[in-house]
Design a protein around this ligand. Structure first.
Ligand code: 13P
Length: 278
């Protein structure tokens, strides 16, 4: 069943839900296959930067159909969006969660816009994620339009931000990057612990790709309830498809598209199990 973010993230004890970026029929089906296989929930995340790949309505129809018979709940989430009109359109299309990304704005402006989005979305039963602090851009990321440089989330501001905006989940910056790491990751669990002490809503970790598994688990143990993964799914799938095409240049496209869903589901399943600690 399609549920909102607040519902799927509530009552999680030392577990997190994976948020996996999709941009095609095959990637949506890959995530749904992993949900089917594990019996665990997932967040299907469509970034505003992929609007050239699919329209909001197309994503909604495919996800709604694919999620109908799944053994666990899924959320249809709009990832990283600064455009109020796109956020409104996603709510109208039937997305159950939206992320307003005001991380590049001064604190007061980020608060004001995040609150406006929360009021609009909540009146439609839709959850809202906002971001305080910003992530650096790693290698091979597709999120080049949200590269604001690294700025760790200030734990002192985090509680005020949540109280003033009324958002349902807070994305924090603690050293992960969008894309693969250029150097050894330095994940600031100390900052996360401090934020967790001040903030009672679920915390979100962007930039899951390439983060050491033990660090991801430590993040979950310290309050992270949603973890976003994009680049690694793409890299894993492209590498496997490359092997297949190298072996057989005449492979039919219809076969490749099916294989694409299977390969996406393999890597998504790995993360669902890690985050759900099953
Ligand atoms: P990665 O591409 O680093 O996994 O980040 C994904 C993400 O945070 C999407 O919002």
């Amino acid at each position: 069943m399609l549920v909102n973010l607040k519902t799927i993230l509530s009552g999680l004890n030392q577990k997190a839900i994976g948020s996996f970026n999709i941009y095609s029929y095959e990637t949506i089906h890959g995530v749904c296959k992993a949900v089917e296989k594990t019996g665990q929930p997932a967040i299907i995340s469509f970034g505003a930067s992929y609007l050239n790949n699919m329209s909001l309505n197309t994503v909604k129809y495919i996800v709604e159909e694919a999620a109908k018979d799944l053994p666990a709940d899924v959320v249809l989430h709009l990832d990283h969006c600064k455009d109020m009109d796109v956020i409104k359109a996603a709510v109208e299309a039937g997305f159950t969660s939206v992320m307003y990304d005001g991380s590049a704005l001064p604190f007061e402006e980020n608060v004001k816009n995040s609150r406006t989005v929360a009021n609009m979305a909540h009146s439609n039963g839709v959850s809202v994620e906002a971001e305080l602090g910003s992530l650096a851009l790693g290698e091979h990321s597709n999120e080049t339009d949200i590269d604001h440089g690294e700025a760790y989330t200030n734990p002192d501001n985090a509680a005020d931000f949540v109280n003033m905006t009324g958002v349902d989940a807070l994305a924090v910056s603690i050293g992960t990057v969008h894309g693969m790491y250029k150097a050894k990751p330095n994940i600031r669990i100390d900052i996360l612990k401090e934020i967790s002490q001040h903030v009672s809503i679920p915390l979100v970790l962007h930039g899951g790709s390439g983060t050491p598994e033990e660090k991801l688990v430590e993040c979950i143990e310290n309050g992270i309830k949603k973890i976003n993964v994009n680049t690694e799914i793409s890299q894993y799938t492209v590498a496997k498809l490359y092997e297949i095409i190298t072996e057989d240049k005449n492979v039919h496209l219809s076969k490749l598209t099916l294989l694409q869903s299977d390969i996406v589901s393999e890597i998504v399943e790995k993360y669902i199990r890690l985050f759900g600690r099953i």
